[in-house]
Design a protein around this ligand. Sequence first.
Ligand SMILES: [Zn+2]
Ligand SMILES: [Zn+2]
Length: 188
Amino acid sequence: MVRLSFESFKEAWQTGAMLPETTTPAHALLRDAGLRVTAPRLAVLAALDGLPHASADAVFGRVALALPGTSLQAVYGVLAALAGAGLVRRIEPAGSAALYELRTGDNHHHVVCTVCGDVADVDCVVGHAPCLTPSNDAGFVVQTAEVTFWGLCSRCRDADDDVALEAEAVSATGAVGAEGLEGAGRAS
Ligand SMILES: [Zn+2]
Ligand SMILES: [Zn+2]
């Protein structure tokens, strides 16, 4: 994880405190990966630090606040370079744009909400890759298993409960009505 909040990056960049020769965890990360330290790369790392599983659009939205001259295309280029160097992980849940995160190399998985598309991390099931063993490996040496769990996030579940409660209330009213009718039928 890069311990550099986006706000602190923005401030440091704007006040000129963050020069390429400075050393922050993000600078060290880039250098250790053999990448040149550039403002857009630092800005993308800082944006992702507070925004896990962000789309390129979302990253661009934050980066543009600090570096107004940056283009979406440039952000795509930076994300590709960071992913290529293993500093950023790219995931692509079905039906979603590619999402980027800084949590790499720990074989973690994701749980995705089928309603709103919210993504959360799920730790590796057994602690090392591959955490699933296929019953038939078809002669392959299996190295990793990328698991996507699908379900309802708590927010969507709460919304769903509200709908269910409303439906219950409606059917309860309906049941009373029917009983009433039945009662009326019996009485006559
Ligand atoms: Zn949801
Ligand atoms: Zn993740």
